[in-house]
Design a protein around this ligand. Sequence first.
Ligand code: G3P
Length: 229
Amino acid sequence: MKFFIDTANLDEIREVHGWGILAGVTTNPSLVAREGGDFVERIHQICEIVKGHVSAEVLAQDVDGMEREGRLWARVSPCVVVKVPLTTAGLGACKRLSADGIKVNVTLCFQAGQALFAAAAGATYISPFVGRVDDVTWDGNELIRQIAEIYALDADIHTQVLAASLRHPMHVIQAALAGAHVGTVPYKVLKQMVGHPLTDKGNQMFLDDWKKVPDNDIGGQVARWLANR
Ligand code: G3P
């Protein structure tokens, strides 16, 4: 499973990009509004940092308006993936845009039938919202499993399952087990996933033991060894 970060915050994106794990970014109007500033400039800046797929959402609600906004978004950067809601207009816009080679992320998916329609409309990504499904007392990762299984049954479907609304580390692990191709994860959850007290403890023990060695400049030792070969 590839990792995207679900944020429009540049500091968070820069930091996690530095970890070497980031394949892309998802934003939505709520996330961009939270950061303030110019929406388009923000998306362009994110594309410059990540150079992977960056979702930018249309705000129009009719098919012509979505197509128009989508074509404009696609000109901002080759990294942009146009995000459309899973409505009939969104599906129509997805079909028109993807027919012209523009990548589309169909978002706000809550049942597998919607995901089949997104695939039929040529979506690059389908975004099922795991946490919001859990909120209404169904099982968000069962939805991921169903969609991944249905897509795998049809060799003509190339749409990737992008698990969204992941609220805690177990959501992410379960999404990977359920067959998601991508998980888009908030910064806070990525931080929860990367740390473990036993990792820190073990690392400190190695350092403490190595300090007892008289010549403990390992860089110097390796350089001398290489020079004397
Ligand atoms: O990727 C979708 C995400 O931003 C929504 O998350 O926690 O508001 O359901 P949440």
